[in-house]
Design a protein around this ligand. Structure first.
Ligand code: S5P
Length: 466
């Protein structure tokens, strides 16, 4: 191994950027090492060494401008840009969003090739997100140069998308050098090697696993019910009279795991509606999902949930919550409730031009993870399988992702709604699909509901979801 690489490994070790021990990862896995390069900016000599090595690698690549993914790689990118005299651009972290046009800072020309610098390669998902934003802004992406590659199969993952990965050091090189120098033990070296052989993610438990042992009672119930009915279909019954509601629901009840209501669009809502719905749900084995999408401060949502005309907390099995106001919304809704009601947090939306950014999505999921006693899962959406997969990978494996925006015949509704097929949604990682007009407006709603149910269930089996 060349001495510069050894010097770099030593510097990463000395500055604490790579540590050895026992670390619990977000995925649930316990790792024998931890990589965090954020503090390297405080070590000018290390920054200089890294920049020189990145430049050496980059000289062999063709590009017109370069970017460093914020935060850590941005100052690194600035040094490389200065030394190579290549323009720098960057994506603001807080405004990253799939498919939104302008959010790239700096001057560049459409069609130019942009080299992407980042500190660490883990799953590769954030690299793809960065590439998508750059591509959406008109740039081409070919190569990623990374300081530490700690991924299981990051190179192959990026290759699937047509990108090349170049890394200064891998974990294998790291442990080889550090054990030669006596800085880690033979046991530590072996633990890292063993860990790197594992599959990248904790296995999804599947519906049977969820029915048996999901930590939340709601998730156990929903999983058991889906298995019993062989259905991961949620019917979104957006109609405005009780008659229309039950005329549609009664024949379809056998096909669904949940019915989703927007109770405030009913013109003739009364207690009789709730009684009849609850009885039907008990008889036909489905759950009631009121899609109220709470979005206010804790005190207001508490009233909206428990009081007013609808008394949602008395009859719904689950509701939707926008995480926008922060965790107080969850306490306001669920603290001290007299019966359990589960929450699904909106982590993404199916509407075109949604203001929800990647960063918001990440924090929405974080909020759900921190409140597992109330949060059963998330509402997610992606326009294609790869998007859905990346979104699902961010969510806890024993939570549910429900996906609206599913329609077998249409791509949109002229009001901003976007649709993908049931098979694509589930293949990408949606556990349940939410379907409204695709069924409600069909000439034969029962036959159509069966088609959605069968497509979604088959996709779940094919995904190995059971
Ligand atoms: O992002 C979202 C979240 C939800 S819950 N996009 C959505 O469309 N929904 C809901 O799913 C929406 O409120 C509606 O009730 C249903 C989709 O209806 P469809 O007729 O377009 O299938």
């Amino acid at each position: 191994m060349n001495t510069v690489k050894e010097e770099l490994i030593r510097a990463l070790y000395d500055t604490g950027a790579v540590r050895f021990g026992s670390f619990k990862l977000k995925s649930g896995l316990t790792s024998p090492f931890y990589v965090d390069l954020r503090a390297i900016i405080s070590y000018p000599a290390v920054m200089d060494l890294i920049a020189r090595e990145l430049i050496r690698l980059s000289r062999e690549l063709r590009f017109d401008c370069l970017t460093g993914i914020p935060y850590t790689a941005l100052p690194v990118g600035a040094i490389v840009s200065d030394r190579l005299k290549k323009p720098l651009v960057y994506q603001r972290k807080e405004s990253k969003a799939y498919g939104t046009g302008k959010s790239l800072e700096g001057h560049y020309q459409a069609g130019q090739t942009c080299l992407v610098i980042d500190d660490v390669m883990t799953t590769g998902e954030s690299k793809i997100e960065a590439a998508e934003s750059l591509t959406a802004a008109g740039l081409k992406v070919r190569d990623f140069v990374i300081i530490v590659d700690r991924s299981f199969n990051g190179r192959a993952f990026l290759e699937e998308y047509g990108y090349k990965l170049h890394a200064l050091v891998t974990m294998e090189e790291m442990v080889t050098v550090l054990s030669e120098k006596g800085l880690i033990s033979a046991g530590q070296k072996q633990a890292v090697r063993d860990f790197m052989q594992q599959p990248p993610r904790a296995q999804r438990p599947g519906l049977e696993g969820m029915a048996r042992s999901a930590p939340a009672a709601f998730n156990r119930t929903l999983a058991a019910l889906a298995l019993e009915k062989k259905s991961n279909l949620i019917l979104s019954l957006d109609v405005t009279t009780k008659k229309a509601f039950f005329d549609l629901l009664e024949p379809l009840a056998g096909q669904i795991a949940m019915v989703k209501t927007h109770v405030d669009i009913l013109e003739d809502f009364d207690e009789g509606f709730v009684r009849r719905l609850r009885k039907l749900a008990r008889d036909e084995h489905f759950l009631i999902f009121e899609d109220r999408k709470f979005a206010d401060i804790g005190n207001t949502v508490r009233h909206q949930f428990r009081d007013g005309l609808y008394h949602i907390a008395d009859w719904a099995d689950c509701v939707t919550v926008h995480p926008l106001p922060g965790p107080g919304i969850l306490s306001g809704l669920f603290e001290g409730l007299h019966r359990p009601v589960a929450a699904f947090i909106l982590a993404a939306m199916s509407a075109r031009g949604t203001l929800i950014s990647d960063n918001y999505t990440r924090r929405a999921i974080e909020m759900g993870r921190e409140h597992r006693q109330w949060v059963a899962g998330f509402i997610g959406f992606g326009r294609e399988k790869a998007h859905i997969e990346r979104l699902r990978a961010k969510m806890p494996s024993d939570s549910f992702m429900l996906m609206p925006g599913v329609n077998l015949r249409q791509k949109g509704d002229g009001l901003g709604q976007q649709y993908v097929s049931a098979a694509e949604a589930v293949a990408g990682g949606a556990d349940f699909i939410i379907v409204g007009r695709g069924i409600l407006r069909a000439e034969e709603p029962l036959a159509e509901a069966r088609a959605y149910r069968e497509q979604a269930w088959r996709a779940l089996l094919e995904r190995g979801g059971l």
